[in-house]
Design a protein around this ligand. Sequence first.
Ligand SMILES: *[C@@H]1O[C@H](CO)[C@@H](O)[C@H](O)[C@H]1NC(C)=O
Ligand SMILES: *[C@@H]1O[C@H](CO)[C@@H](O)[C@H](O)[C@H]1NC(C)=O
Ligand SMILES: *[C@@H]1O[C@H](CO)[C@@H](O)[C@H](O)[C@H]1NC(C)=O
Ligand SMILES: *[C@@H]1O[C@H](CO)[C@@H](O)[C@H](O)[C@H]1NC(C)=O
Length: 277
Amino acid sequence: MTIGFSIALIVFVSISSVFLMNADDLIMKNTNDNIEHLKNIDENDHAEIYSGQTEGDMVLTPLQKELLYKGPKHRTGLVNLTRKWTNNEIPYKIAKGNFSWLQEQFIILATKKLMEVSCIKFVPYDEDYHKNYISIVGQFAGCFSQVGMIGGRQILNLAPSEIGVACFKFYSIVHELIHALGFAHMHCASERDEYIEVIEENILANQSHNFQKYSNNVITQFGIDYDYGSVMHYPAKAFSKNNQSTLIPLKSLNGVEMGQRQRLSDSDIARINAKYC
Ligand SMILES: *[C@@H]1O[C@H](CO)[C@@H](O)[C@H](O)[C@H]1NC(C)=O
Ligand SMILES: *[C@@H]1O[C@H](CO)[C@@H](O)[C@H](O)[C@H]1NC(C)=O
Ligand SMILES: *[C@@H]1O[C@H](CO)[C@@H](O)[C@H](O)[C@H]1NC(C)=O
Ligand SMILES: *[C@@H]1O[C@H](CO)[C@@H](O)[C@H](O)[C@H]1NC(C)=O
């Protein structure tokens, strides 16, 4: 029975790493606590943290999940965790009926922000030309994205809300688009222990897994330094159970706000350019 189960598990993991799963099947159901929290979220808090996926808002394939924290070990070369989009071109399709005209314009504005600072091109999906694309939907609670070009249709979800609030905070949309470009979170970077301390006793029950460190041989920062001010950094009180810090900076912040969602930092722009341009 146990052996049978183990074999079944191995077969499942192997099959799912070879064949692509339907994007929707990878989405985890958000918790009721998170959904409650999202309903009246504070403006300094970020909706993407309470979205019920890996580290809050990353929808990962089983293989990405396995490799991100454990490293390639015996499977080197097979995989690229955070695949680049072909020709720096990211086709996207905003799902019909999911957003208001204004919300749709706001999403397009976020794609333009990233195009302004790099060579990447977000282009409307055309089924005659594009095989791989981001399907931008507003069907689930919270905001989340798949990470890197997955192949075929992949998901980026933004729960509809008033402009500037929750998932429709401009730089939360940009944050999700940067995940789609293939970048993960700053606070989990393999070198993060030099920069932040994770305070376990302040983390919500069952949320410690959101603070795991990435294996250094699957995620690269493209030689660009750790940055407290990255739009991909989580704030000091992310996943806090007691309104005390879960992340404490070990160096001077030099005037930047850790976990800000007001701008792209110079290092965010540099990393995108290093990967694509
Ligand atoms: C993974 O992607 C990076 C960036 O696109 C590229 O430099 C690297 O060669 C790729 N690695 C493999 C094993 O394909
Ligand atoms: C949102 O988009 C999805 C995918 O295209 C579609 O199935 C669904 O009906 C849309 N929702 C609404 C409310 O139109
Ligand atoms: C934490 O996870 C355990 C085991 O999965 C579960 O029994 C428990 O209810 C969870 N606690 C909270 C506060 O979600
Ligand atoms: C959490 O602490 C901040 C000060 O660090 C305070 O402004 C805020 O009201 C507190 N929130 C709660 C829910 O206690």
